[in-house]
Design a protein around this ligand. Structure first.
Ligand SMILES: [Zn+2]
Length: 119
C-alpha cells in the first residue's frame, strides 16, 4: 500500500482500500473500509483520499477530551476517598463530644451536618 491509513473509525478494521473512480473528465479517489464499507470523501488524487481518510479532527478532539476527562475522573475519585476519610473522622469526633462549645455547634450545623448525617 502506498499510504499508511488509519483504522476505520466505525469498526476499527485495518483493511482500508483507496479506490479510483476516475472518469474521462475528472479524477475521483476515495478510501473505503473493507469490512463495514465506510468511505472517506471523494478527492482528486489518491494522496488526497488517503489524507482525507486520516484526517478526523472531531474524532481526534474527542479522544483528547476523553483522555483529559479520565485524568479528571481519577483526581475526583481520589478526592472522594479523602473526603470519606474526613467524614469518618468527623463522625467519630461528633460522637465523642459531649459538651461542644455553641460556636462550634453552630459551624458544624451550618456546614457539615449533611456530611455527618449521611450514610
Ligand atoms: Zn469499517
Amino acid at each position: 500500500m502506498k499510504y499508511k491509513l488509519d483504522p476505520c473509525p466505525h469498526c476499527e478494521s485495518n483493511v482500508i482500500d483507496i479506490l479510483d473512480l476516475s472518469g474521462l473528465d475528472e479524477d475521483f479517489w476515495y478510501a473505503k473500509c473493507g469490512r463495514c464499507g465506510a468511505t472517506g470523501a471523494y478527492e482528486q488524487s489518491e494522496k488526497e483520499a488517503a489524507e482525507n481518510w486520516n484526517s478526523r479532527p472531531i474524532e481526534k478532539r474527542l479522544r483528547a477530551e476523553n483522555a483529559e476527562l479520565g485524568v479528571e475522573r481519577d483526581k475526583l475519585k481520589r478526592r472522594v476517598a479523602e473526603l470519606e476519610v474526613l467524614q469518618g473522622f468527623a463522625k467519630k469526633m461528633a460522637s465523642n463530644m459531649t459538651d461542644m462549645p455553641p460556636e462550634i455547634t453552630k459551624i458544624l450545623n451550618s456546614n457539615f451536618m449533611d456530611l455527618i448525617d449521611e450514610s
